[in-house]
Design a protein around this ligand. Structure first.
Ligand code: FAD
Length: 404
């Protein structure tokens, strides 16, 4: 009997477990560890932060997809992986976990690039608790406005105009009427500003498509300060510098940080050869120093054949890595050998939502704009929900509101 320990029940970890349960009914026991009892669709966090989707709509209990005859689920915090002794230490359990194969899918954390005050004075958006904290804060500010009449309470600043920043701005626009009702103002008094260092936003898209997306957001009333490098954040205040100009600042009741993410810092802490929490993995997605450890999802860096820069970390590649990892573990348990073919990846495309009914992106070689893009985004999300959560989660959490 082989013991497989899977750490993290995000896109990468949970799909690996679900596939292993289907492919191997004997000769395997899986232990899955995750800090929460639920899996969440991290790609929808911006909607929970804005309040357009509840936390329960973007998450489901891990127990729903666990086969208890094969898998033991432990809700706990991973604190140490000892790759020499092949053990894992958890915060709340005395006993160490022992493994034959370990799958690390510990995901991403917010990256502040050392900008003073970013950690202390801006809200990150990397998990459900943080998304809910943003929502609660926005609502509290809207309530404050009723007595303060301070326009700052109505102002939301998004630091970073990347994929997450743009999607968050779209969701906040959708939520604006409900905020306005709470504050007792008209929706256009709720101000949303994106501050972004680059002048070429969304570089993964053609210039034409990226311009379309940026104009979409601007036309919805979002103020975009591009070419503006954030220098510090103080309570309720963001300072930035536009080109060579003097430092300027802007005040707001809510400041949200979306400038970037890195892999889980536990990777470095446990002695893996990681850069910003990411390990450059082998062709079989294993740690170059430890063939029994798979490193997948946002903690992995995978080099494309051109060998220039690793693929961007996305849910899509995390799911593809889970597919490969499950196949490879099955092959090793059955034949003692790795899969013959190395891991390869072909992106199916990327679509950014701008609220519930707008979007832009490209899929299968076609550029998509507007409503059609937003439909494609929902189809992509539903597919992932179906593949890991199965029909039950698809029916209860899927996005069937395509015809708004
Ligand atoms: P995660 O989804 O982060 O899962 C990691 C899991 O590990 C979590 O459940 C976490 O609780 C658990 N964990 C972490 N540390 C510990 C510990 N010490 N002990 C126990 N458990 C632990 N990607 C796309 O492809 N398309 C998109 O449209 C898209 N949109 C996005 C929008 C937003 C707002 C954000 C924030 C991200 C978006 N992404 C998108 C990126 C995508 O969400 C990530 O690439 C993906 O979640 C990575 O999956 P993962 O399984 O590696 O990690």
């Amino acid at each position: 009997m082989k013991e497989v320990v899977v750490l993290g029940a995000g896109y990468a970890g949970l799909k690996t477990v679900v596939l292993l349960q289907k492919k191997l009914k004997n000769n395997i026991h899986i232990t899955l560890v995750n800090r929460n009892s639920y899996h969440y669709e991290a790609t929808d966090l911006h909607e929970t932060a804005a309040g357009t989707q509840s936390a329960s709509r973007i998450s489901y209990p891990i127990s729903d997809v666990i086969n208890p005859q094969i898998t033991t689920f432990i809700q706990d915090e991973v604190v140490k992986i000892d790759s020499e002794k092949k053990t894992v230490k958890l915060a709340g359990h005395e006993e160490l976990l022992h493994y034959d194969y370990c799958v690390l899918g510990l995901g991403f954390v917010s990256e502040t690039f050392g900008i003073p005050g970013a950690k202390e004075n801006a809200f990150p958006i990397t998990n459900v608790k943080e998304a809910l904290a943003i929502y609660d804060h926005i609502i509290a500010k809207m309530k404050d406005y009723r007595t303060s009449h301070n326009p700052e309470d109505l102002h939301i600043i998004i630091c970073g105009g990347g994929f997450t920043g743009i999607e968050l701005a779209g969701a906040l626009v959708d939520a604006r009427p409900s905020y306005a009702k709470i504050a007792g103002v008209s929706p256009n008094e709720i101000k949303i500003t994106i501050i972004e260092a680059s002048t070429r936003l969304m570089p993964m898209f053609s210039e034409d498509l990226a311009d379309y997306g940026v104009n979409l957001v601007k036309n919805l009333g979002v103020q975009l300060l591009d070419g503006s490098r954030i220098s510090k954040i103080e309570p309720g205040k963001v300072s930035y510098r536009h080109a060579d100009e003097e430092e300027q600042s802007m005040t707001a009741g809510t400041i949200i940080w979306t400038t970037g993410v890195s892999g889980n810092p536990l990777m470095e802490e446990c002695g893996f050869n990681a850069k910003r929490g990411r390990v450059l993995v082998t062709d079989h997605l294993t740690d170059p120093q430890h063939d029994d450890i798979y490193i997948i999802g946002d903690v992995a860096a995978v080099m494309p054949p051109d060998g220039k820069r690793p693929y961007p970390t996305t849910a899509q590649i995390a799911l593809a890595m889970a597919d490969y990892t499950a196949e490879d573990i099955v092959s090793r348990i059955k034949t003692g050998k790795h899969e013959e073919k190395p891991f390869t990846y072909k992106s199916l495309g990327t679509v950014a939502s701008v609220g519930n009914t707008h979007g832009f992106g490209e899929a299968m070689g076609h550029e998509l704009r507007g409503y059609l893009a937003s439909v494609m985004k929902k189809i992509i999300a539903d597919r992932s929900l179906m593949e890991t959560g199965g029909i039950k989660e698809l029916l209860s959490k899927g996005r069937f509101d395509l015809y708004h």
